[in-house]
Ligand binder design. Structure first.
Ligand code: NAP
Length: 249
């Protein structure tokens, strides 16, 4: 299939729903050979169903990003089957919100492990192949709260800010190898992650968004496609803010 990502092997973590699903579909629409991951077998099957319903080829795989061995195995499988991943989107993420005085160790550790340690591990797993072919794109899905902070999300905001430091550092390490590393910082996007907010919280958020609408997963997919394709060739170590004007760093 021809397109902006024709023949490129892509790995998108957390592609069963929300932002990851929109990115996986957008990449497949542009001709990428896309592997999307979910934490469960039914989730992985759902990814393949979403590709099929859109008339696209693509693969769903089970991956818990906290499983170091699972990451190695999946990258090996993709490489053996389709070739070295050229594009990685570190999208999988969770929230475990709580005020600091009430935050339990497991709420802190789950978020740090799932949102940040996984980014280190999955990136490392694909990097060797990218270095060998002297080409690659790594895109990390951060968050506006990594820049602004947010009461009740000290754990989550710390990981999202950490991703930005990681992005800048890795970008410097691998630039000479033809690999770019960037982050996208979404604002408020309509997904399962934000569905739990009540009407009052949504109205308060809306007042802060100059474009006067919440974002859609497709808005983030467009930014990811921009960075993943040749349009993003000369961009590295950057954070692209996609938030309707909510935060203007
Ligand atoms: P979502 O709808 O809650 O989906 C989360 C995805 O991550 C799912 O595919 C889920 O897989 C996967 N996932 C969760 N834990 C995982 C684990 N341990 N291993 C592997 N995959 C795991 O989230 P979303 O709103 O699309 O968010 C996607 C990314 O954007 C996250 O990093 C989030 O922090 C970031 N973000 C979101 C917003 C927003 O407003 N929605 C704003 C800023 C940043 P299962 O389906 O199998 O559970």
């Amino acid at each position: 299939m021809t397109g902006m990502l024709s023949e490129q092997v892509c790995l998108v973590t957390g592609a069963s729903r929300g932002i990851g699903q929109a990115i996986a579909l957008a990449f497949a629409r542009e001709g990428g050979t896309v592997y999307g991951t979910a934490t469960t077998g039914p989730g992985a099957a759902g990814i393949e169903k979403a590709f099929a319903e859109a008339g696209l080829d693509g693969y769903g795989r089970v991956l818990n990003v906290n499983d170091a061995g699972g990451i190695t195995d999946l990258v090996k499988e993709i490489t053996d089957r389709s070739g070295t991943p050229a594009i990685l989107v570190n999208n999988a993420g969770i929230i475990r919100d709580n005020l600091m005085l009430r935050m339990r160790d497991d709420e802190w550790e789950d978020v740090v492990r799932t949102n940040m340690t996984s980014v280190f591990r999955v990136s490392r797993a694909v990097l060797r192949g990218m270095v060998r072919v002297r080409h690659g794109r790594i895109i990390n899905i951060s968050s506006v709260v990594g820049t602004t902070g947010n009461a009740g999300q000290a754990n989550y905001a710390a990981t999202k800010a950490g991703m930005i430091g990681f992005t800048k550092s890795l970008a410097l390490e691998v630039a000479a190898r033809g690999i770019t590393v960037n982050a996208i910082s979404p604002g408020f996007i309509e997904t399962d992650m934000t569905a739990a907010l009540n009407d009052e919280q949504r109205a308060a958020m809306m007042r802060e968004i100059p474009l006067k609408r919440f974002g859609l997963p497709q808005d983030i997919a467009g930014a990811a496609l921009f960075l993943a394709s040749c349009t993003g060739n000369y961009i590295t170590g950057q954070t692209l803010h996609v938030n309707g004007g909510l935060c203007r760093p």
